[in-house]
Design a protein around this ligand. Structure first.
Ligand SMILES: [Zn+2]
Length: 161
């Protein structure tokens, strides 16, 4: 599959949520859960600044979907996200049986940007979703929005000096 123009508003909302996270002192990540019929069901942003580094938006949406959706609804849903799922979130996504993932920036891109900013490597290897959840359809990166996401990460890590 490819990313359709009608999907860009969902991805722009992810960038907005990532910006909200940044403004709150959090790592800039945001995600939106969209049903098979195109309606937005839930959204979240990164909430790790308080100390729980598992509070990723994709993980929260996976757990929300398990509590509120049938298996069929989950399979038909799409998770849009500003950055490709980390291995923890990719595993949660696959375990609850969610459908397609569309990300703005890949984990490989993020890793390159963080290296350029001299940010230490994360404690979890940033494997691509396909390595963790081979049956999940994944689309991205989305060049129209990639630079905006890169700028958020640059701002976050520059602010921390
Ligand atoms: Zn994650």
């Amino acid at each position: 599959m490819t990313v359709e123009d009608v999907e860009l508003p969902h991805l722009r909302r992810c960038v907005e949520l990532a910006t909200e996270a940044l403004d709150a002192g959090d790592d800039p990540f945001g995600s939106v859960l969209v049903a098979g019929d195109g309606s937005v069901l839930a959204e979240d942003r990164n909430r790790t600044a308080a100390g729980d580094r598992t509070r990723h938006p994709e993980f929260e949406l996976a757990r929300w979907s398990a509590a509120h959706m049938t298996p069929g609804e989950r399979a038909a849903a799409t998770v849009y996200t500003s950055g490709e799922h980390c291995p923890m979130c990719a595993a949660a996504h696959a375990w609850v049986g969610l459908g397609r993932i569309v990300y703005v920036a890949s984990s490989a891109q993020l890793l390159t940007w963080l290296a350029e900013l001299d940010v230490p490597a994360p404690p979890v290897r940033p494997l691509p979703v396909a390595e963790i959840a081979p049956d999940v359809t994944v689309d991205g990166p989305v060049p129209e929005l990639t630079e905006a996401v890169r700028e958020l990460h640059r701002r976050f890590h520059s602010a921390r000096g």
